[in-house]
Design a binder for this molecule. Structure first.
Ligand code: FES
Length: 242
């Protein structure tokens, strides 16, 4: 029976593990069968990237990846040359060693509710260095808050579009449990821990060009934007550092 060695992962497998794998099943299924609760938000249908793993040994023995898998992998956190979506890799007679990346891009983890992190036990404050608003953005967002009868704005990054990620601004009455928070004039600003990794150092500005005005994200972590301006991709080094 082939073995899968899993390198230590802070939450899922703190001491590492070695499991006896079933041939013909995917790496992801084998992990789940052995109570290693790897995220699999699309239920193994090659439609998310949450089951991303990096093969440290055995990569060359794996079945070939499909175009769909390759396209999705481009959006995965901490992509490496030997990255695969574990739900798409089928175990054969060869032993494998895998690393589970520290993060996934799954921003809405309904299937696996997030465990409360240590950081949630203390107030998490956003500094100006983390995230800021220009004066014109403050004025504009204040007006929007009034119109929406809301007391706060939640800024998120979601997996979306042709370049991988998109910003989302929602008007809310209160923070989510693990949000980072700041008060800027009369605006309560909330950002989740996952989104802050993408947004660190961002300033939102409100600019007018000709007849149009819009909120602009000046985000130092972006590596490219798509032509339509709707989505962007992130400098992968960010995830290596995280
Ligand atoms: S679980 Fe979604 S791609 Fe593998």
């Amino acid at each position: 029976m082939p073995k899968i060695k899993i390198l230590p992962h802070e939450e899922l497998c703190p001491n590492g593990a070695e499991i006896e794998a079933t041939v013909g099943k995917s790496v992801c299924e084998n992990l789940l069968d052995n109570e290693i609760d790897l995220e699999h938000a699309c239920e193994l249908s090659c439609a998310c990237t949450t089951c991303h793993v990096i093969f440290k040994e055995g990569f060359d023995s794996l079945n070939e990846s499909t175009d769909d898998e390759e396209d999705l992998l481009d959006k995965a956190w901490g992509l490496e040359p030997k990255s695969r979506l574990s739900c798409q890799t089928i175990v054969d007679e060869n032993d494998l060693t895998i690393e589970i990346p520290k993060y996934t891009i799954n921003m809405v983890s309904e299937i696996h509710p997030k465990k409360e992190s240590k950081a949630t036990q203390m107030e998490k404050k956003l500094s100006k260095k983390d995230f800021s608003l220009s004066n014109s953005a403050v004025n504009h967002i204040s007006n929007l808050l009034e119109k929406n009868k809301s007391s706060g704005v939640r800024v998120s990054v979601k997996s979306s579009g042709c370049s991988g990620y998109a910003y989302d601004l929602s008007f809310v009455q209160k923070a989510e449990q693990d949000d980072y928070k700041a008060s800027v004039e009369d605006i309560n600003l909330y950002i989740s821990e996952e989104s802050l990794i993408f947004l660190k150092g961002t300033e939102i500005d409100y600019v007018t060009k000709g007849l149009n005005s819009e909120l602009i994200f000046n985000n130092p972590n972006i590596s490219a934007k798509c032509g339509c301006g709707e989505s962007f991709s992130i400098d992968q080094n960010l995830f290596q550092k995280a």
